[in-house]
Design a protein around this ligand. Structure first.
Ligand code: GLU
Length: 492
């Protein structure tokens, strides 16, 4: 009795009785000169109930936030998994070359990692239709020499990621006559690393994708685009070159085309790339206006809930403003809802069954904040305890802990908001986030989130003191700490 694949597909194995001769003939038939018959990739995904996707831990692809894994590639691959009725298992790797090695070893069904369609890759790896277009951009430090074309690049130090589409473009340019071109390849997975080095003066230029630059630019206000290295390029998913994946590819292409046609792909792009991480621009005048107009109907309720949870109502009101501008019906495309913009899992955990009910939402948010405060180490004292809890409310406990670890490593005090706040944006830099447990996080947003709340909180307190109706000073420097000034937050 032996187990052999029937009809050449390993997933449809049947147990049959065979003589040794039949076994040999069967194996010969399965392994014709073109290679052994391969398992169909789509069938294999369906039978294992899991889509195995390789990606990279970066802000434009895949990372963890307070509601768990997120990122454009994660969301898109998740929708495909849903369409196929299977679970998504996304695995990060730490270099672009590592991604293609995984495909070579058939360790993933495909790669979804912000990968550009290139001639070289195309000759080896099957790929999907395009789901996004972007431009490769040459980035320089404002005030230094600005190249305007490829001819100007001679003699300049240029950084690209090892194994990237940009390295391939530079090689092609070098061979086509620009023999003076010189560049350095950095074996990282995130183009942030390149920006970091250019910013610190280790190189003149970096070449990165336009979507990645847009997302990261706020961390490096001195960096600007010198010129586009090429016109728009396609971003695609790549599949292993050796598996039988024609049916899988057909399914992926139909899925992407359908999303393009019904506009959902455009919406997903907008959700992940259309904003610079929701860092809200503080508009104090809008705040004052809203405070007079939108707050009054909820003031009594906010006071009541704050009392129940022993919180300062000004603080709860400030959080609710930061979250939803006091709109109980607020909703974001990422699925958070209501006055306190709770995620579904948080709402469930907090016993909220209707997130659009202002009272339930406020209670859920207050309870969640209290929970976080309780879970923080005992030796963190007020007011830092509240600010750190708010950061965790925004970004998740794991990432806050990571920022505290970095703070400690750098000689700062992880019990002080002032010190931790300055390290939170480092969670967006690969040098740091790769050295901590939970990886990339939108740390700048979390720092700004807390600072915004503190700002609203102080205005609310101020306004609540009778005879004190004059506006407090509202210049950025008054509420944003020095470390965040040079991040040019108001330009976001
Ligand atoms: N899109 C690039 C590639 O496919 C990776 C990102 C970058 O280097 O900016 O290699």
């Amino acid at each position: 009795m032996v187990i052999v694949p029937v009809s050449g597909r390993l997933d449809s194995i049947r147990i049959v009785a065979m003589t040794p001769r039949i076994i040999i003939v069967t194996l010969v038939l399965l392994c014709l000169p073109g290679g052994c018959a391969k398992e169909d990739a789509l069938d294999s995904i369906l039978s294992r109930g899991e889509l195995l996707v390789v990606s990279r831990n970066s802000p434009t692809t895949y990372y963890l936030d307070k509601s768990g894994p997120t990122g454009f590639e994660y969301a898109l691959a998740g929708l495909l998994a849903e369409d196929l009725g299977v679970q998504l298992n996304m695995q990060p790797v730490f270099s672009l070359t590592g991604i293609f090695e995984k495909l070579q070893r058939e360790e993933a069904d495909f790669a979804a990692a912000g990968l550009t369609l290139t001639r070289q890759r195309e000759s080896t790896y099957p790929h999907s239709v395009a789901y996004y277009q972007l431009k490769p951009q040459v980035v320089y430090v404002a005030g230094m020499f600005r190249p305007h074309s490829v001819a100007d690049l001679a003699g300049m130090t240029i950084l690209v990621l090892t194994g990237s589409s940009h390295a391939e473009s530079l090689r092609a340019l070098q061979q086509s006559g620009f023999s003076d071109l010189q560049w350095q390849e950095i074996p990282e997975v995130d183009s942030m690393e390149l920006l970091e080095r250019v910013n610190e003066g280790y190189a003149d230029l970096a070449i990165i994708d336009s979507n990645e630059f847009t997302v990261q630019q706020s961390l490096y206000p001195r960096l600007k685009v010198a010129f586009d290295l090429a016109t728009e390029q396609d971003m695609v998913w790549y599949l292993p070159p050796t598996t039988d994946n024609i049916r899988l590819l057909g399914r992926i292409d139909n899925f992407i085309r359908a999303m393009v046609e019904d506009g959902s792909l455009g919406r997903l792009r907008e959700e992940y790339f259309g904003h610079t991480y929701g860092v809200s621009r503080i508009n104090s005048h809008t705040f004052i206006r809203n405070m007079k107009k939108s707050l009054p109907p909820y003031r009594a309720l906010i006071r009541q809930v704050a009392k129940e949870y022993q919180l300062d109502w000004h603080l709860l009101a400030a959080i609710a403003y930061q979250e939803s501008h006091w709109h109980p019906q607020a909703a974001s495309p990422t699925g958070v809802r209501g006055m306190m913009m709770l995620t579904l899992p948080t709402a469930e955990e907090m016993g909220v069954d209707n997130r659009l009910d202002a009272g339930q939402s406020l209670r859920g948010g207050a309870r969640y904040l209290k929970n976080i405060k309780r879970r923080l180490p005992h030796d963190i004292y007020e007011p830092d305890r509240t600010w750190l809890a708010l950061a965790a409310y925004n970004i998740g406990m794991g990432h806050l802990e990571d920022a505290r670890v970095i703070t400690d490593r750098q000689g700062g005090d992880p019990h002080l908001w002032r010190d931790v706040m300055q390290r939170l944006p480092l969670l967006q830099k690969s040098k740091y986030f790769q050295s901590v447990r939970y990886g990339y996080a939108r740390g700048l947003e979390a720092a700004t989130y807390v600072q915004n709340i503190r700002h609203y909180y102080s205005i609310l307190q101020w306004q609540d003191i009778p005879d004190n109706k004059v506006q407090p000073p509202l210049r950025t420097e008054d509420y944003l700490p020095a470390a965040l000034h040079n991040l040019d937050l108001l330009a976001l």
